[in-house]
Ligand binder design. Structure first.
Ligand SMILES: *[C@@H]1O[C@H](CO)[C@@H](O)[C@H](O)[C@H]1NC(C)=O
Ligand SMILES: *[C@@H]1O[C@H](CO)[C@@H](O)[C@H](O)[C@H]1NC(C)=O
Ligand SMILES: *[C@@H]1O[C@H](CO)[C@@H](O)[C@H](O)[C@H]1NC(C)=O
Ligand SMILES: *[C@@H]1O[C@H](CO)[C@@H](O)[C@H](O)[C@H]1NC(C)=O
Ligand SMILES: *[C@@H]1O[C@H](CO)[C@@H](O)[C@H](O)[C@H]1NC(C)=O
Ligand SMILES: *[C@@H]1O[C@H](CO)[C@@H](O)[C@H](O)[C@H]1NC(C)=O
Ligand SMILES: *[C@@H]1O[C@H](CO)[C@@H](O)[C@H](O)[C@H]1NC(C)=O
Length: 472
């Protein structure tokens, strides 16, 4: 059975487009994208419940269904299109549609699924669009409980696409114009500095690029999204090219939102994009991707692979070569930091694990990546990153303040190249403070050391700390 016949809509189109568009890029992309598709499908195949037509949860919960990965898998089946792949894909898509529910509770037409609420779209162009994709309490900011403001890049870009695309398909001009209105705000914010607000962390960069590809590929030139998507992808990659350290296979910090302290251990969608560009060996991904943290995202492989022949033509040449060899100095040590003053602790998501305002990464002797991040404990931080030095201070702190640094643990303990002495404190105001080291196996799938520096009693003044780094 032909995929296009079964569904007769854009799912099928996107699946076959891989072969059509591939002619415009070199065979490298086509081969690597095919490898991403095959490896991702080979893994997710094991989770497929053919009797029901749904994937089991990839974390192996109590035989629960997983809607998100089922939808990704269905696209992969259409792209692979072998044996009864197309029939199975149709079965899954039908199951997902059956699971869609309109929810009038929020005075808006809601389209979601029992398994995973997707998004809520407005009944009128002037209505407030809400999203239950994330609980409003999850994040600060927004208007009328709508937390998808333009600087919350990924869901904002995706919502604009869904409104714009579905609106056009349904001839619902209100929905279409809502999509355009969201897009206008996102584009305006982007144009301010040619950058997305969330752009440089593994997982979120990858999703933003994916969503912008939907703008560029599937919306017409009459749409702001169709007009700006390709340009935004090119500019985002240009910045990512300057921050991607090929030797470390990581993107330099700071990150406003990321759990990906080391992209070689924690699976990122950005790494899947890089895989289609430079091949698996040079991409920040383990040979066995399903052994990595956040492995569930590997199931998006088919979508990345299907879009790669189109998407990869938008990546600047400089970026492509930077992904293979970092052009600047300090390829073995990066320090990135940002100063902030907020009214919550842990960034917009109030999450100290994902808010990483200062980040240091270095190459260890065993070729693994060492990393250090400050665990956010304050609403305000002044940070200066310079050659080999990270200097921090808490303007509103006092002698009870502590600086907690999470430092990546290496499997071969003691073989790290970060000298213990290199974590000295240059600042007078913290000298003589106590150091506490705990080895933790903790949140975010990483093992790390906890280096906590306190202030000497009666020290007064603004707490400061300065770390200098030297590679052996
Ligand atoms: C791509 O592969 C096709 C078929 O294998 C071959 O004919 C073509 O020359 C290749 N193109 C490049 C740029 O390598
Ligand atoms: C899984 O999905 C199928 C099809 O929608 C449904 O019949 C079944 O009850 C679901 N199972 C669970 C555990 O949710
Ligand atoms: C679009 O919005 C207008 C004004 O709120 C409303 O009268 C109209 O019914 C809406 N149309 C659709 C298709 O929802
Ligand atoms: C939308 O309008 C087009 C052109 O008038 C028509 O072909 C199509 O069937 C309509 N779609 C829906 C879902 O009403
Ligand atoms: C980075 O470290 C590797 C070995 O880990 C070494 O071969 C390389 O020369 C170093 N690069 C720089 C720029 O120091
Ligand atoms: C120090 O700061 C903490 C946290 O803001 C506060 O609870 C405490 O009262 C302060 N102590 C002094 C002596 O100012
Ligand atoms: C780090 O260690 C300090 C001191 O033991 C402790 O208070 C703090 O909760 C730890 N932080 C994290 C993130 O584990």
């Amino acid at each position: 059975m032909k995929a296009a016949f079964v569904l007769g809509n854009s799912f099928a189109l996107s699946a076959v487009s891989a072969t059509v568009r591939a002619k415009s890029v070199d065979n490298g992309t086509e081969n690597a994208a095919t490898q991403v598709l095959r490896e991702s499908m080979g893994w997710t195949d094991m989770y497929y419940d053919a009797e029901v037509g749904y994937l089991y949860n990839l974390d192996s919960k109590a035989l629960l269904n997983d809607t998100r990965s089922s939808a990704w898998y269905a696209a992969g089946l259409l792209a692979r299109n072998e044996g009864n792949d197309a029939e199975e894909a149709a079965k899954i898509v039908k199951n997902i549609i059956v699971g869609q529910h309109k929810n009038v509770k929020f005075k808006a037409v809601g389209y979601g699924t029992m398994q995973l609420a997707l998004t809520y779209l407005p009944t009128s162009g002037t209505g407030t669009t809400r999203s239950t994709r994330k609980n409003p309490r999850y994040r600060v900011g927004g208007v009328n409980d709508d937390i998808l403001y333009p600087s919350y890049s990924i869901p904002a870009i995706m919502r604009a696409f869904m409104s714009g695309w579905v609106g056009r398909k349904l001839n619902d001009s209100n929905m279409t114009s809502s999509g355009e209105a969201y897009a206008k705000d996102i584009v305006t914010l982007f144009d301010r500095a040619d950058i997305l607000s969330e752009f440089n962390s593994g997982t979120y960069a990858g999703v933003s690029l994916y969503a912008l590809t939907l703008w560029a590929k599937y919306l017409p030139p009459s749409s702001l999204m169709g007009q700006h998507g390709a340009d935004m992808i090119g500019k985002t990659w240009a910045t990512l090219g300057r921050l991607s350290i090929a030797h470390l296979k990581n993107v330099a910090g700071p990150w406003d939102r990321s759990y990906v302290y080391d992209m070689e251990r924690y699976l990122s969608i950005f790494a899947l994009h890089i895989w289609t560009l430079v091949g698996k060996t040079d991409a920040p991904i383990n040979a066995k991707p399903w052994t990595m943290g956040h492995k569930d995202d590997f199931a998006i492989g088919p979508r990345i692979a299907i879009l790669a022949p189109f998407h990869n033509t938008l990546v600047p040449k400089d970026t492509l070569s930077a992904l293979r060899a970092f052009p600047g100095p300090h390829a073995n040590l990066t320090i990135g930091a940002e100063t902030f003053s907020e009214n919550v602790i842990g960034g917009p998501a109030k999450n100290p694990s994902s808010f990483n305002p200062p980040v240091v990464q270095w190459s260890r002797k065993d070729a693994s990546v060492g990393w250090l991040t400050l665990y956010a404990q304050t609403e305000e931080l002044r940070a200066v990153a310079s050659d080999g030095i990270l200097a921090l201070e808490y303007p509103q702190g006092n002698e009870t303040s502590t600086f907690t640094f999470l430092v990546g643990q290496t499997r071969a303990a003691g073989r790290g190249t970060l000298r213990a002495g290199a974590m000295s404190r240059a600042s007078k105001s913290v000298s003589g403070s106590r150091d506490i080291c705990n080895l933790l196996t903790c949140c975010c799938d990483f093992e790390f050391w906890n280096f906590t520096y306190g202030m000497p009693e009666g020290s007064g003044g603004i707490p400061q700390i300065s770390l200098s780094f030297e590679l052996e």
